[in-house]
Design a protein around this ligand. Structure first.
Ligand SMILES: [Zn+2]
Length: 117
């Protein structure tokens, strides 16, 4: 659950003003997502709001694409394999790469620099 409303961040309220406000069905991965409503500003948000994957489609391919790119899979081959456009795969490659780089920085506590050939 979200801690605070992202729209009234500057207001600095100690208690959360979010209350549950229904669901929506996310077709990208067939999940039911909880929505929240702020009691102060009446704005609504969900757990997906503000995340890296906000408004992304084809979420069910993400894990398979991670494996595909980790084993040096090509963009066009990925398009054929997952039956989506190669430009979709290229966009996913960029954002999955950013996510992987961020995870590496967080988890690489030893002062070592990873080399990518
Ligand atoms: Zn608010």
């Amino acid at each position: 659950m979200l801690a605070n409303c992202q729209y009234c961040v500057g207001a600095k309220q100690s208690a959360s003003n979010l209350i549950r406000h229904g669901f929506y069905f996310r077709t990208g991965d067939s999940r039911r997502i909880q929505r929240f409503r702020c009691k102060t500003c009446k704005g609504t948000c969900s757990n997906a709001t503000g995340s890296r994957w906000f408004r992304h489609k084809k979420r069910r391919f993400h894990e398979a694409l991670r494996e595909h790119f980790a084993s040096l899979g090509a963009v066009r081959r990925g398009g054929r394999k997952f039956k989506v456009n190669r430009k979709t795969i290229a966009r996913k490659l960029v954002i999955l790469g950013e996510e992987a780089e961020e995870l590496l920085r967080e988890q690489n506590t030893v002062e070592q620099v990873a080399r990518v050939i």
